[in-house]
Structure formats: structure tokens, C-alpha cells
Write a new protein. Sequence first.
Length: 674
Amino acid sequence: MRKLIGIDIGGTFTDFVTYDPASNKIDNWKNLTTPSEPIKGVMQGLEKMDNLESVEKARLGTTIATNALLTRGGANVAYITTTGFRDIPFIQRGNRKAHYDITWIKTRPFVERENCLEIEGRITASGEEWAPLNEDAVRELAEKIRQNGTIEAIAICTLFSYVDAKHEQRIRDILAEELPDMPLSISYDVLPKWKEYDRASTTIADAYLKPVVAENFRKMQARFDENGLGKKIGVIKSNGGEATLASAADSPVQMALSGPTGAVVATRIMSELTGIKNLVVFDMGGTSTDCSTVVDSQEQVTTDFEIEWGIPIQIPMIDINTIGAGGGSIAWIDKGGMLRMGPQSASADPGPACYGRGGQDATVTDANVVLGRISPDNFLGGEMALDSDASHAAVGRIADELGMKVDECAYAMVQIANNNMLGALRAVLLQRGLDPRDFTLVASGGAGPVHVCDLMDISGIPQGLVPNFPGQFSAFGFIMTDARVDRHRTVQQASNFFDGERATAAMAELVKDAIKELNDQGYTDRIEVTRSIEARYLGQNHELELNFNGEEFNDETIEKMWEDFHKQHEARHGFAIPGETIETVNFKVVAVAVSDKPVMPELPKTDGKLTPKSKRQVRFKDDWHEAAVYDRSKLRQGDEIAGPALVEESASVTILQPDQRIVVDRIGNLIISA
């Protein structure tokens, strides 16, 4: 087996991790991201590898789709639906973001109403053709779109197509004939599930992204072909699996949360290696912070995601909460004279003031330089010198406006950023009914270790963990992940008239499709399939997910399914209704091609002679302290460090408060406790 490489394109840095099975060696490095042309930063970083021909597999995480959605930089979309339903994207749901704000306006969908078009023809909820498709009208719509001249992609979502997709598929085929270069998305391919608005919104998002993602991936493919990685590259999907560049371009909505998934996968691997069952991911980079949980050594997957409030994208993805808070978050003063941090970011260009690339704004990184937490001479292992004077000047301008000392202002900046990130942690813990005291906080991203001890202090999380190479933890997760395909479909049946043959056929088709996609990616061995069903009592509006271990719906497996539902309903809601009719709603299949994982070598045991390499003054909450500075590469298994202290490494630094301590575990993780 030859080398694996993981590449994570972030807003500030592009991270690289390589693993060589022959030597069991893991290397990592960073390169500044080029926001306007992400592939440029990737290629510059790859120049640091001696032999690209030795790479067997490369996996890439990218925020191209995420940024296009967040900045509304996608295509001008036409939406085609059943007659009478063109306003579904605008009616949305019946809830409100602000119940008592009469000025509140619904979030604008990713399509203009003038581009929402209707077509005659209708399938019923039972799959019967109530009205035939008017194919001549479809061709007329194609001509109308052609004459419009501004439409860049088309989303097709007809009523009840998840039961029978023949109308959608025929519309797609006709439009492909009439408009051969037009990107097309149909809901049956994107999200063959019930709930009309969710299905429409997700299909529109897929079409919205297609031209942008396809163009970027085309450029990437060309550049990767030049250096011999073209057939070896895989793009990480939002579910933590991978896809080829071509298949990702065909289904770009699957890339909505591509980049942040790596840290969650890597945290799950850490759970397996350390035996710590419950961990919360705290991945703080230069532009954003991503938080997620690993519960009982399993990452949490959801289809309940909104790119903006009220705009759902119902694809399977790892459950991640992202906020605009990172090392590049900019300090500013609001109209009330209060200090604020972010979400605006200095990103990589021009970057924080200390980068010396023309940035003038004070950022979190600048504040940490002022506080002595980040050494200007050891940033990126000394490869990138920081301008301490520029940091003091930038923070000083904010301090002058507030009438504060420079170090007081810098500390206030850090604490406000910490409180912003505390909200993200609470969103994935307390708001999900999880007790922070049951979790270990895993710090990753270049800035995560800098802030982990502060976050432990204010969140009530009793233990922290800084993994090896935290600054490239997502890229590390990419080389640890398995290829994964999720398939979902609505199959509504009631327990009193359950058709086992129909259910078996539907589940078998999902399994076949999932395995085929893995085979198309080149994965044919060690494929593991799990099946599950979302069900509810008839009349309920929310479902419970049940594992289904059989391949066939027969009398025995069906009866067990109903028994499992009653038990799970009792466990979740405190009651069950034996004898009540149960309704299945969605069938789910997950196919995973299990791959060999890098082996984390154990460190030699401590000799009890650990000494700091230096000492420096660092500002903590009470005052300045003389803190011991340790070189992480010199640490051994069992070494203990008492705060105040700093543990420096090439891409980050862990800040240990005066009342905290670190113990180094057998594979080099820093375990932090009070």
C-alpha cells in the first residue's frame, strides 16, 4: 500500500496530512489558501511532497459549495413543478423565526418567483397517473428558458415523484434534448422523500450549486491530471464519505458541509483509540469554528439541516454546528460602544495584522500575540514570522477607542470570542439534551488548542484532549475515513396493511444503488450495509429511527420491527401505545467500504526528566504569569505538565491555565484536567 494524503481547503489555510504505511509515518504541513482560486493553494502545498507518484489515494475537503450557499453565489435557477405548486419555495413552513417581530420577513429562497414554472401532469400519492404529462408544454417551457437567456440551471420537482418518478424523468429527458448544455436536477435523484417543501428546497439548492461546483471541479480535475493525481482524488461529502470529482459535480448539494466533516471522523477514531466514549468536537480554524459530538463512539448524522433559517437541505450529513468565529475574526465596536468579535474575518488575504500582508484590523490571533500566547517566532514552526508590533498597534487602536490598556483589550477580545464559541458548544450539547459533564472537549484546528482550556473553564466540560497535529486534524480525518453512500426513500405503509414484498423490494433497490455507487468509485471489497426505518404512530408528525437487521420483510422481522418501535418510543418519550397503528415513512441504507486505517505509534515512556525549553510572560484572567514553554515533539507517554504552561508545536500551541494540568497518553494526546 502506498501513501494516503488528506487535503483540507480552509478559509485561511489549506492543510495537508500524508501517511506512509511502509514506514508508519505521518507528515503534516500547511499552506496559505488562495480564496479566489482554491486549487492554487493546493498545488503550492503539494510542491512540498517529494514524490507524488507514491500517492495511492488523495482525499480533498472543500468549502466551495458551502461558500456558494452562504454568499448566495450560485446559479440563476428555473424551477419546474406540477401545476398549482409554483409557490411552494415561497410559502415555506408555517413557523416563524421571530414570533413577535412584525417586521420579520421570510428568508428568500434560491430561486426567483418569475423563474418558477408549472407543467401539466400529475401523479397521485398512491402512484397512479391522475393526469398525463403534457410533453408539448415541456418543450414550450424549454423554448421559454432558451429565450430568457439568463437561466443557468434547472430544478425539477413534481408532486409525489418519490412514489413514481416517471413524470420527472421524462421532463428531464425532454429538457436534455432541447437544452443539451443545461445542468438539470430532479428531486427523485436528489431527495426522493416526502415533505414537498423540503424536497423542493433541496433540489433547488442542488441546481443552484451545479454550475459553480462543476466549473471549480473541472479546473481541479485538470490540475490534478497534470500532476498524476487525477484518477486518485476523492472529494469528501457531507456524510463523511467520498465521491469522485465527476460524481460530486453531478450532485453538488452533497458537498454542502464537505470540509468540517474530517475533524468529526478523526474524533471518532480518537474515541476508538482512547476508549473515551463521549467527545465534543471543537474545531477552530482561521475563519470559523465547527462543533459536533461523538456519542458512544459514533458521530451523529442528520438530515435536519438549514443553510439559512427556513431554507432546509435535507441530505444525510454529519451533524455540525458552524459559526463565524476563528483566529481571523475581526474586532469592532458597535453603535452602543460595545466590543464585538466577528463574524467578519480577515481570512488569508490580507489576514490578521500580524501576518504582515497588509491587514490593519485587530483579530483574535493578534490578541493572542499581544497576550504572549502565540510566539511570533514559532508560528507554523517558525516558517512564518509574525509581526508583534503590528498586533500591538491594531489592538491598541481598539483599546484607545474603549479607554482600555492594550493587554486588557486583547484579553477582552479573546473572552468575547470564547463566549461566541460557547454558544456553538451549547447548541450541540445542552440543546440536544446532553450533559457537558459527560464529555471530553477535543481541540483541533490551528486555534483550537489556544482556546480549549478557556472553553473548558466556562462550559463545564471537565476534560480536554488535544490530539496529534491538531492544526491539520480535518485532513487527518480524511485519510482515516471510509467511502460511504447513504440512500433514503419515502415508503409509507401502515402496520395494519403492511406489504412485506413491496418493502423488501424498496429496501433491496436502495441497497443495490448504494453498492453500485461504491463500485463506481472503485470500492468492491469489505462493503458493510446497514438498514434502518423511520416510523411513527399513525397521526404523529415526527419519526423514530429503527435499525433493521434483516434483508427481507417477513412475518418474523416485521413483528420484531413493531416491537422495537414500541420499546424505543417508551425509551424516548416515556410511553408506548401497544396495539396502535404504526406507519413507516422513510427507508434508509448506509453502505460503507471499510478500509485499513493508519496505525498510531505509541510514544516511549517518560524518563521523568521533562524540562521546559524556555519561559515567557503570558496574560491569563487574573494577571501576567511566567509560563513554562514545552516542545510537544519532545514529550513522552506519561509526562505531566502543570500550568501555567504552553505546549508548542508546528501548527498550534496549547495554553494551560495556572490551575490545570496535562498528562500525555500512550499515543501522544494531551489530556487536560483541572
